[in-house]
Design a protein around this ligand. Structure first.
Ligand SMILES: [Zn+2]
Length: 366
């Protein structure tokens, strides 16, 4: 197919990295479907804590030569045009793009940029590359995941889902070290990670207990209990009592990003249990921990604690399969996770996260 060039400029939401509250509408050159690239028209972009924190000036890095970073790393888009040499995609296809782009390290070169050794990767919308919160973007087909049209209404959730796809895949992979027949899981936190993690664990038929601060009548609690998981609304509930309450805990998914909770969780995993940490704590807090007890339990119980970040293409693809599986089991559940839709002009409001939000979408085009 002939390369298509669209002249002119496009709207996007950009920040000046490290400058608080700098999110604003910017005009940038429209990308084009040059050789090897597909051109995507963005339909909608999911907002997450990373976007808000970048806008708060906590981190973020503009592409080389630019002082603006277009934010947004969770987008559902339509292929608008494909450049020469692009196979497998055509105009009209629905796609979600992955976030991280590889550097030259062995893991990146093997398709596992989520396991990058050198740290010189870029991340669209976060670190050294523009994101998707604009009208268009160009991308190589290697980083595009095709979405069946039946998933149009909720496929924007694929990027956050990919994070827990990786978390669970890695935990189960680690546990191939033995005969492991997990029955009970604990999920800490009821943000998107906690909710999506709960759904995947319920699809694995585990008994799931979620502990979070949201009230029992909150939408978060309602969605969680609709999957058959138990929801415990807690405020300053000591995580250190969980094992006494529940008995053997085979898997703990930490999704609060609170380092105190993370360390308390380590003492609660049962024999042969595994604890997965997904949350980032940006502070410098120090706490006293019962190190003798934790060390003793880790050793005598063959326990594992691991951290996980980002997700490579494999996890986006397994997410597409789970979209289908969960939708059949709990019809309409994915759409219930989208709690707010904000038109493009309201991006500042969309970035302002509210307690009743699960996932807010910025609607870029129809
Ligand atoms: Zn790398």
């Amino acid at each position: 197919m002939m390369a298509t060039t669209i002249a002119g400029t496009m709207h996007a939401v950009g920040v000046t990295p490290k400058k608080p509250n700098s999110a604003r509408q910017v005009e940038l050159p429209k990308p084009s479907a040059s050789a090897g690239l597909a051109l995507m028209r963005v339909l909608e972009v999911g907002i997450d804590g990373t976007d808000t924190e970048i806008n708060e000036g906590l981190y973020g890095e503009a592409p080389p030569g630019s002082n603006v970073l277009v934010i947004g790393h969770e987008a559902l888009s339509l292929v608008e045009a494909v450049g020469d040499g692009v196979a497998g995609f055509q105009p009209g296809d629905l796609v979600v793009a992955t976030v991280r782009r590889p550097d030259s390290c062995p893991n990146c070169q093997a398709g596992e940029s989520d396991m990058c050794l050198s740290g010189n990767y870029t991340e669209r919308g976060i670190k050294g590359a523009h994101g998707y919160m604009g009208q268009y973007y160009g991308e190589k087909p290697d980083f595009l995941v095709k979405i069946p049209p039946t998933m149009r209404d909720y496929a924007v959730l694929l990027e956050p889902l990919s994070i827990v796809e990786k978390a669970t895949y890695q935990a189960w992979k680690i546990q191939e070290r033995m005969l492991w027949q997990p029955k009970r899981a604990v999920v800490l936190g009821a943000g998107p990670i906690g909710i999506l993690g709960t759904m995947l664990l319920r699809l694995k038929e585990l008994e799931v207990h979620v502990y979070a601060k949201n009230p029992p009548e909150s939408i978060q609690a309602q969605v969680i209990t609709s999957t058959g998981a138990d929801y415990h609304s807690v405020d300053d509930h000591p995580v250190t009592g969980l094992r006494d309450e529940l008995g053997q805990i085979d898997f703990i998914l930490e999704g609060t990003g609170n380092s105190v909770v993370a360390f308390q969780a380590m003492s609660q995993a049962g024999t042969n249990g595994v604890v997965c940490l997904t949350g980032v704590s940006a502070g410098n807090r120090s706490i006293q921990i019962p190190s003798d007890v934790i060390n003793l339990q880790m050793v005598l119980g063959n326990r594992v604690v691991f951290g996980t970040v980002n997700a490579n293409r494999r996890y986006f693809e397994s997410g597409v399969r789970h979209f289908d599986e969960a939708e059949r089991r709990w019809p309409g559940i994915w759409k219930r996770l989208i709690t707010r839709r904000v038109p493009f002009a309201g991006f500042a409001d969309a970035l302002n996260r509210k307690p009743e939000d699960i996932k807010t979408l910025l609607i870029v085009s129809a």
